[in-house]
Design a protein around this ligand. Structure first.
Ligand code: CP
Length: 309
Protein backbone atom coordinates (compact mmCIF):
# COMPACT_ATOMS: atom_id res chain seq x y z
CA UNK A 1 0.00 0.00 0.00
CA UNK A 2 1.01 3.61 -0.51
CA UNK A 3 1.30 6.30 2.18
CA UNK A 4 -0.91 8.68 0.19
CA UNK A 5 -4.49 7.81 -0.78
CA UNK A 6 -4.31 9.44 -4.24
CA UNK A 7 -1.69 9.85 -6.97
CA UNK A 8 -2.11 13.54 -7.79
CA UNK A 9 1.50 14.43 -8.61
CA UNK A 10 5.11 13.73 -7.68
CA UNK A 11 5.93 17.09 -6.04
CA UNK A 12 4.88 15.91 -2.58
CA UNK A 13 5.06 12.15 -3.21
CA UNK A 14 7.32 10.10 -0.90
CA UNK A 15 10.55 8.92 -2.54
CA UNK A 16 10.33 5.43 -1.01
CA UNK A 17 6.84 4.90 -2.43
CA UNK A 18 8.06 6.12 -5.82
CA UNK A 19 10.91 3.57 -5.70
CA UNK A 20 8.39 0.87 -4.71
CA UNK A 21 6.16 1.63 -7.72
CA UNK A 22 9.16 1.48 -10.09
CA UNK A 23 10.30 -1.88 -8.62
CA UNK A 24 6.75 -3.29 -8.77
CA UNK A 25 6.53 -2.21 -12.44
CA UNK A 26 9.22 -4.77 -13.29
CA UNK A 27 7.19 -7.58 -11.64
CA UNK A 28 4.17 -6.60 -13.70
CA UNK A 29 6.23 -6.32 -16.87
CA UNK A 30 7.04 -10.00 -16.49
CA UNK A 31 3.29 -10.75 -16.62
CA UNK A 32 3.07 -8.91 -19.96
CA UNK A 33 5.51 -11.45 -21.43
CA UNK A 34 3.35 -14.42 -20.46
CA UNK A 35 1.09 -16.11 -23.05
CA UNK A 36 -1.92 -15.28 -20.82
CA UNK A 37 -1.35 -11.68 -19.76
CA UNK A 38 -3.90 -11.52 -16.97
CA UNK A 39 -3.87 -11.89 -13.18
CA UNK A 40 -6.78 -11.65 -10.71
CA UNK A 41 -5.12 -9.02 -8.46
CA UNK A 42 -7.90 -6.41 -8.77
CA UNK A 43 -10.84 -8.74 -9.28
CA UNK A 44 -13.98 -7.11 -7.84
CA UNK A 45 -12.58 -3.54 -8.09
CA UNK A 46 -14.27 -1.02 -10.39
CA UNK A 47 -12.30 1.78 -12.03
CA UNK A 48 -13.71 4.67 -14.08
CA UNK A 49 -11.55 6.38 -16.70
CA UNK A 50 -12.67 10.01 -16.95
CA UNK A 51 -11.09 11.67 -19.99
CA UNK A 52 -11.92 15.33 -20.56
CA UNK A 53 -9.00 15.77 -22.98
CA UNK A 54 -7.66 13.73 -25.91
CA UNK A 55 -5.32 10.83 -25.25
CA UNK A 56 -4.03 7.77 -27.08
CA UNK A 57 -1.25 6.25 -24.94
CA UNK A 58 -2.45 7.08 -21.43
CA UNK A 59 -6.08 6.08 -21.97
CA UNK A 60 -5.32 2.78 -23.74
CA UNK A 61 -2.48 2.01 -21.35
CA UNK A 62 -4.70 2.49 -18.27
CA UNK A 63 -7.48 0.44 -19.85
CA UNK A 64 -5.10 -2.39 -20.67
CA UNK A 65 -3.52 -2.24 -17.20
CA UNK A 66 -6.99 -2.51 -15.62
CA UNK A 67 -7.97 -5.45 -17.83
CA UNK A 68 -4.65 -7.24 -17.17
CA UNK A 69 -5.41 -6.95 -13.42
CA UNK A 70 -9.01 -8.22 -13.88
CA UNK A 71 -10.63 -4.97 -12.66
CA UNK A 72 -14.01 -3.90 -14.05
CA UNK A 73 -13.59 -0.71 -16.07
CA UNK A 74 -15.90 1.98 -17.39
CA UNK A 75 -14.83 4.68 -19.84
CA UNK A 76 -16.28 8.17 -19.69
CA UNK A 77 -15.90 10.67 -22.48
CA UNK A 78 -16.91 14.26 -21.72
CA UNK A 79 -18.06 14.89 -25.30
CA UNK A 80 -20.86 12.28 -25.09
CA UNK A 81 -21.89 12.88 -21.45
CA UNK A 82 -24.59 14.94 -19.72
CA UNK A 83 -21.97 17.67 -19.22
CA UNK A 84 -23.12 18.68 -22.70
CA UNK A 85 -26.62 19.23 -21.25
CA UNK A 86 -25.27 21.60 -18.60
CA UNK A 87 -24.60 19.18 -15.73
CA UNK A 88 -21.79 20.39 -13.46
CA UNK A 89 -18.45 18.59 -12.92
CA UNK A 90 -19.41 18.03 -9.27
CA UNK A 91 -22.78 16.45 -10.11
CA UNK A 92 -21.23 14.34 -12.86
CA UNK A 93 -18.53 12.83 -10.65
CA UNK A 94 -20.80 12.37 -7.63
CA UNK A 95 -23.33 10.51 -9.81
CA UNK A 96 -20.55 8.26 -11.11
CA UNK A 97 -19.34 7.56 -7.58
CA UNK A 98 -22.87 6.75 -6.39
CA UNK A 99 -22.64 3.65 -8.63
CA UNK A 100 -20.08 2.15 -6.16
CA UNK A 101 -16.71 2.54 -7.76
CA UNK A 102 -13.23 2.18 -6.25
CA UNK A 103 -11.05 4.54 -8.30
CA UNK A 104 -11.12 7.27 -10.90
CA UNK A 105 -8.37 7.86 -13.45
CA UNK A 106 -8.79 11.41 -14.76
CA UNK A 107 -7.28 13.52 -17.51
CA UNK A 108 -8.47 17.13 -17.57
CA UNK A 109 -7.22 20.34 -19.22
CA UNK A 110 -7.30 22.35 -15.96
CA UNK A 111 -4.25 22.37 -13.64
CA UNK A 112 -5.33 21.22 -10.17
CA UNK A 113 -8.43 19.39 -11.41
CA UNK A 114 -7.35 16.06 -9.84
CA UNK A 115 -6.98 17.68 -6.41
CA UNK A 116 -10.36 19.36 -6.97
CA UNK A 117 -11.90 15.93 -7.72
CA UNK A 118 -10.75 14.56 -4.35
CA UNK A 119 -12.96 17.18 -2.63
CA UNK A 120 -16.08 15.63 -4.19
CA UNK A 121 -15.51 11.87 -4.05
CA UNK A 122 -14.10 9.25 -1.65
CA UNK A 123 -12.63 6.94 -4.31
CA UNK A 124 -8.92 6.80 -5.10
CA UNK A 125 -7.98 9.46 -7.69
CA UNK A 126 -5.15 8.89 -10.17
CA UNK A 127 -4.06 11.95 -12.16
CA UNK A 128 -3.64 11.03 -15.84
CA UNK A 129 -2.55 14.59 -16.71
CA UNK A 130 -4.05 17.85 -15.41
CA UNK A 131 -3.39 20.69 -17.82
CA UNK A 132 0.14 22.07 -17.55
CA UNK A 133 0.48 20.89 -13.92
CA UNK A 134 1.57 17.22 -13.59
CA UNK A 135 1.49 13.87 -15.39
CA UNK A 136 2.82 11.59 -12.63
CA UNK A 137 2.18 8.24 -14.32
CA UNK A 138 4.15 9.39 -17.40
CA UNK A 139 7.12 10.33 -15.21
CA UNK A 140 6.92 6.97 -13.42
CA UNK A 141 6.96 5.05 -16.70
CA UNK A 142 9.83 7.25 -17.91
CA UNK A 143 11.84 6.45 -14.76
CA UNK A 144 11.01 2.74 -15.09
CA UNK A 145 12.33 2.88 -18.67
CA UNK A 146 15.53 4.62 -17.52
CA UNK A 147 16.08 2.03 -14.79
CA UNK A 148 15.49 -0.76 -17.30
CA UNK A 149 18.03 0.76 -19.72
CA UNK A 150 20.74 1.88 -17.28
CA UNK A 151 20.11 -0.43 -14.28
CA UNK A 152 19.81 2.65 -12.04
CA UNK A 153 18.36 6.16 -11.85
CA UNK A 154 20.62 7.66 -9.19
CA UNK A 155 23.48 9.65 -10.72
CA UNK A 156 22.04 9.72 -14.26
CA UNK A 157 22.14 13.01 -16.17
CA UNK A 158 18.77 13.55 -17.83
CA UNK A 159 18.09 16.34 -20.34
CA UNK A 160 14.56 17.56 -20.96
CA UNK A 161 14.32 19.47 -24.23
CA UNK A 162 11.54 21.60 -25.69
CA UNK A 163 8.40 23.26 -24.42
CA UNK A 164 9.16 23.13 -20.70
CA UNK A 165 6.70 25.93 -19.86
CA UNK A 166 3.57 24.04 -20.92
CA UNK A 167 4.78 20.56 -19.99
CA UNK A 168 3.23 18.52 -17.20
CA UNK A 169 5.60 15.73 -18.26
CA UNK A 170 8.63 17.97 -17.58
CA UNK A 171 7.33 19.02 -14.18
CA UNK A 172 6.56 15.47 -12.99
CA UNK A 173 9.88 14.18 -14.37
CA UNK A 174 11.81 16.94 -12.58
CA UNK A 175 10.14 16.13 -9.23
CA UNK A 176 10.53 12.38 -9.68
CA UNK A 177 14.09 12.34 -11.03
CA UNK A 178 15.29 14.66 -8.25
CA UNK A 179 13.75 12.36 -5.63
CA UNK A 180 15.45 9.34 -7.21
CA UNK A 181 18.87 11.03 -7.23
CA UNK A 182 19.24 11.91 -10.92
CA UNK A 183 20.49 15.27 -12.21
CA UNK A 184 18.22 17.22 -14.58
CA UNK A 185 19.01 19.92 -17.15
CA UNK A 186 16.30 21.60 -19.24
CA UNK A 187 16.76 23.21 -22.65
CA UNK A 188 14.54 25.25 -24.94
CA UNK A 189 13.98 28.76 -26.24
CA UNK A 190 13.89 31.33 -23.39
CA UNK A 191 10.15 31.86 -24.04
CA UNK A 192 9.45 28.17 -23.37
CA UNK A 193 11.65 27.75 -20.25
CA UNK A 194 10.17 29.43 -17.13
CA UNK A 195 12.79 31.78 -15.63
CA UNK A 196 12.27 30.37 -12.11
CA UNK A 197 12.47 26.66 -13.01
CA UNK A 198 15.94 26.53 -11.41
CA UNK A 199 14.13 26.66 -8.06
CA UNK A 200 12.96 23.08 -8.79
CA UNK A 201 16.59 21.93 -8.70
CA UNK A 202 17.44 21.84 -12.40
CA UNK A 203 20.10 23.42 -14.58
CA UNK A 204 19.06 25.51 -17.59
CA UNK A 205 20.62 25.90 -21.01
CA UNK A 206 19.33 27.37 -24.24
CA UNK A 207 22.07 25.61 -26.23
CA UNK A 208 21.15 22.18 -27.60
CA UNK A 209 24.76 21.08 -28.02
CA UNK A 210 25.50 21.84 -24.35
CA UNK A 211 22.71 19.55 -23.13
CA UNK A 212 23.60 16.82 -25.63
CA UNK A 213 27.21 16.95 -24.48
CA UNK A 214 26.11 16.61 -20.83
CA UNK A 215 23.25 14.10 -20.90
CA UNK A 216 23.09 10.30 -20.62
CA UNK A 217 19.50 10.43 -21.89
CA UNK A 218 17.20 13.10 -23.27
CA UNK A 219 13.43 13.39 -23.01
CA UNK A 220 12.22 15.31 -26.05
CA UNK A 221 8.96 17.23 -25.65
CA UNK A 222 6.31 18.26 -28.15
CA UNK A 223 5.60 21.91 -28.86
CA UNK A 224 2.12 22.30 -27.36
CA UNK A 225 0.58 24.83 -29.74
CA UNK A 226 -2.88 24.08 -28.26
CA UNK A 227 -1.76 25.50 -24.88
CA UNK A 228 -0.17 28.69 -26.32
CA UNK A 229 -2.21 31.86 -26.66
CA UNK A 230 0.52 33.72 -28.60
CA UNK A 231 3.55 32.98 -30.78
CA UNK A 232 6.39 32.05 -28.42
CA UNK A 233 8.98 31.36 -31.12
CA UNK A 234 9.39 32.85 -34.59
CA UNK A 235 8.69 29.74 -36.71
CA UNK A 236 8.57 25.94 -36.59
CA UNK A 237 11.48 25.93 -39.06
CA UNK A 238 13.65 28.03 -36.76
CA UNK A 239 12.65 25.87 -33.75
CA UNK A 240 13.69 22.73 -35.63
CA UNK A 241 17.02 24.26 -36.66
CA UNK A 242 17.90 25.29 -33.10
CA UNK A 243 16.30 22.57 -30.94
CA UNK A 244 15.28 19.70 -33.24
CA UNK A 245 16.84 16.29 -32.51
CA UNK A 246 18.40 14.96 -35.70
CA UNK A 247 20.95 12.19 -36.27
CA UNK A 248 23.38 14.79 -37.65
CA UNK A 249 23.15 16.76 -34.40
CA UNK A 250 23.50 13.65 -32.23
CA UNK A 251 26.51 12.35 -34.17
CA UNK A 252 28.52 15.48 -33.32
CA UNK A 253 28.74 14.24 -29.73
CA UNK A 254 30.56 10.90 -30.21
CA UNK A 255 28.66 9.01 -27.51
CA UNK A 256 25.37 7.19 -27.17
CA UNK A 257 22.52 9.38 -25.93
CA UNK A 258 19.35 7.47 -25.06
CA UNK A 259 16.32 9.16 -26.62
CA UNK A 260 12.90 9.32 -25.00
CA UNK A 261 9.68 11.02 -26.02
CA UNK A 262 6.38 10.87 -24.12
CA UNK A 263 4.37 11.19 -27.35
CA UNK A 264 2.55 12.31 -29.32
CA UNK A 265 5.52 13.18 -31.56
CA UNK A 266 5.68 15.90 -34.18
CA UNK A 267 8.15 14.24 -36.53
CA UNK A 268 10.25 16.80 -38.37
CA UNK A 269 9.70 19.42 -35.66
CA UNK A 270 11.16 18.48 -32.25
CA UNK A 271 12.58 15.16 -33.54
CA UNK A 272 13.37 13.62 -36.92
CA UNK A 273 12.22 10.12 -37.83
CA UNK A 274 15.81 8.84 -38.13
CA UNK A 275 16.44 9.76 -34.47
CA UNK A 276 13.01 8.68 -33.20
CA UNK A 277 13.28 5.27 -34.86
CA UNK A 278 17.03 4.78 -34.33
CA UNK A 279 18.76 2.23 -32.06
CA UNK A 280 19.23 4.71 -29.19
CA UNK A 281 15.51 5.50 -28.98
CA UNK A 282 13.46 3.75 -26.27
CA UNK A 283 10.19 5.47 -27.17
CA UNK A 284 8.21 2.26 -27.76
CA UNK A 285 9.77 0.68 -24.63
CA UNK A 286 8.30 3.64 -22.73
CA UNK A 287 4.86 2.76 -24.13
CA UNK A 288 5.11 -0.89 -23.03
CA UNK A 289 6.50 0.12 -19.64
CA UNK A 290 3.51 2.44 -19.34
CA UNK A 291 1.20 -0.58 -19.10
CA UNK A 292 3.43 -2.27 -16.49
CA UNK A 293 3.84 0.92 -14.44
CA UNK A 294 0.12 1.66 -14.49
CA UNK A 295 -0.55 -1.93 -13.37
CA UNK A 296 1.86 -1.33 -10.47
CA UNK A 297 0.19 1.99 -9.62
CA UNK A 298 -3.36 0.61 -9.65
CA UNK A 299 -2.29 -2.46 -7.70
CA UNK A 300 -0.47 -0.48 -5.00
CA UNK A 301 -3.14 2.22 -4.63
CA UNK A 302 -6.09 -0.19 -4.68
CA UNK A 303 -4.59 -2.72 -2.26
CA UNK A 304 -4.47 -5.62 -4.69
CA UNK A 305 -3.86 -9.14 -3.47
CA UNK A 306 -0.11 -9.84 -3.70
CA UNK A 307 -0.59 -13.61 -3.71
CA UNK A 308 -2.64 -13.35 -6.88
CA UNK A 309 -0.19 -11.48 -9.09
N1 CP B 1 2.17 10.76 -23.23
C1 CP B 1 0.86 10.98 -23.22
O1 CP B 1 0.26 11.42 -22.24
O2 CP B 1 0.25 10.65 -24.41
P1 CP B 1 -1.32 10.74 -24.68
O3 CP B 1 -1.68 12.21 -24.69
O4 CP B 1 -1.54 10.08 -26.01
O5 CP B 1 -2.03 10.03 -23.57
Amino acid sequence: MMKQKHLLGLEHFPADDLAKIIETSFSFKEILDRPIKKVPSLQGKTIVNLFFENSTRTRISFELAQKRLSADTVNFSASSSSLKKGESFKDTVQNIEAMKIDAVVMRHPSPGSSLHLTKYIDSVVINAGDGTHEHPTQAILDMTSLKERFGKIEGLKIGIIGDIAHSRVARSNIYGLNKMGAEVMVCGPPTLVPYDIQSLGVQITHNLDEILDWADAINVLRIQLERMDRGLFPSVREYRNLFGITNERLQKHNKEIVIMHPGPMNRGVEIDSAAADGKSAIILDQVLNGVASRMAILYLFLGGNQNES
